[in-house]
Design a protein around this ligand. Structure first.
Ligand code: SAM
Ligand code: SF4
Length: 361
């Protein structure tokens, strides 16, 4: 296989993707610059903010990789008050972030569904309906997704974590609450309701091969999602998967793979939104900037009140846990300027793919 010929193609086979995921040196430089060109041409050199509110770390699930899984009894559990969520949303609005993302562990009670509805109302009223709101609140019924959509949630992020069934089952307990098909069905329900739908995978997981990652890329293309957030797996000592830490790729290698995945995804799915995940920065202080240079166009500055950030630790070395929202803003601004991209202040930065997908019908 020849890199110059491959990069002229619009789509790739699994073997070609494995080849590209393996490339280094000159070939990798060509891959990255091609991805940068595709990004500039199809979505422009603009980066959009989603102010991230980690609203609660209470979770009913036990994903084997996650630091806030229900079984981790060392975690101090918290839920922000409505006022705290509103303050964070107002900060985003006043600073012209354009969008926020609300994330929690998975809770599926009637009270939770209603609380999110009420909160969406309050946020929209307080911010003149000007913020684009992304939700990342786990697996829910279609009815729940619809209720939140009707209150102004316009995007939903639900990572598949790994599109390979067998690998998925190694990452989750076999207890009837972590079912691959149900997760896929949730993504389909989100599309039916009308959200801009996002998914993603972790990179560098135990038992994961380059073939799995190539399959993930093809799966995301086939699912025709509007947004992707994917990043390196970073182990957490109080999780069952930690026992496999000696089998993992070194962190620098996971990081390198995450950048190649980002570049390849941009080439495969030219007009979607791709987030530069915070987990990249846990490995390399310039992680997010590097992802922006090879295709990412979304960053998620953390605007969770500082006191809670340490309790939302999905993995080791979570960055920015001691920062205040203001610090995150100025730090990111400077960092994005270094990439040569512009920040889309005050804009939603919705997925261009979403609009194109809906024009077809
Ligand atoms: N509970 C919701 C869910 O699972 O969809 C949303 C919050 S969950 C904490 C958000 C994402 O964190 C997950 O989709 C997973 O990919 C990521 N995550 C969890 N543990 C991680 C780890 N150890 N390393 C990297 N990412 C991790
Ligand atoms: Fe809960 Fe999400 Fe963590 Fe799984 S990944 S344990 S659903 S917070």
């Amino acid at each position: 296989m020849n890199i110059d010929n491959l990069l002229k193609k619009e789509t790739f086979t699994k073997d070609e993707l494995v080849f590209l995921l393996n490339c280094e040196g000159d070939a990798k430089t060509k891959l990255f610059s091609h991805a940068a060109e595709v990004k500039a041409r199809y979505v422009g050199r603009k980066v959009y903010f989603r102010g991230l509110i980690e609203m609660s770390n209470i979770c009913r699930k036990n994903c084997l990789y996650c630091g806030i899984r229900a079984g981790n009894k060392q975690v101090h559990r918290y839920t922000l008050t409505d006022e705290e969520v509103l303050d964070a949303a107002l900060f985003a609005w006043k600073n012209r972030y354009g969008s926020i993302a609300i994330q929690t562990g998975e809770v599926s009670t009637a009270e939770f569904t209603t609380r999110i509805e009420t909160l969406l109302d309050k946020i929209n009223q307080a911010t003149n309906h000007e913020l684009g709101i992304t939700l990342s609140l786990g697996e829910q019924t279609e009815e729940t997704y619809r209720r939140w959509y009707n209150k102004g949630g316009i995007r939903y992020l639900l990572r598949i974590e790994s599109s390979n069934r067998e690998l998925y089952s190694k990452l989750h307990p076999n207890d009837g609450h972590h079912v691959y098909d149900e997760r896929v069905e949730c993504l389909r329900a989100l599309k039916r309701v009308g959200y801009q739908v996002g998914t993603g995978v972790m990179i560098g997981l135990p038992f994961q091969t380059l073939e799995h990652l190539a399959e993930d890329l093809l799966w995301m293309k086939e699912m025709d999602v509007d947004m992707v957030g994917m990043g390196p797996y970073v182990e957490h000592p109080s999780t069952p998967l930690y026992q496999f830490r000696d089998t993992l790729l070194p962190l620098a290698e996971r990081f390198n793979l995450a950048l190649k995945m980002t570049a390849l995804l941009r080439i495969l799915m030219k007009d979607i939104n791709i987030a530069a995940p915070t987990a990249l920065q846990a490995i390399d202080p310039l992680g997010r900037e590097k992802a922006i240079k090879v295709g990412a166009n979304i960053v998620m500055p953390n605007i969770t009140p500082g006191a809670y950030r340490n309790d939302y630790k999905l993995y080791e070395n979570k960055p920015c846990v001691d920062d205040a929202a203001d610090d995150c803003k100025s730090c990111l601004e400077a960092r994005i300027q270094l990439t040569g991209d512009e920040i889309g202040y005050g804009e939603h930065g919705n997925s261009k793919h979403f609009y194109r997908r809906n024009q077809k019908f």
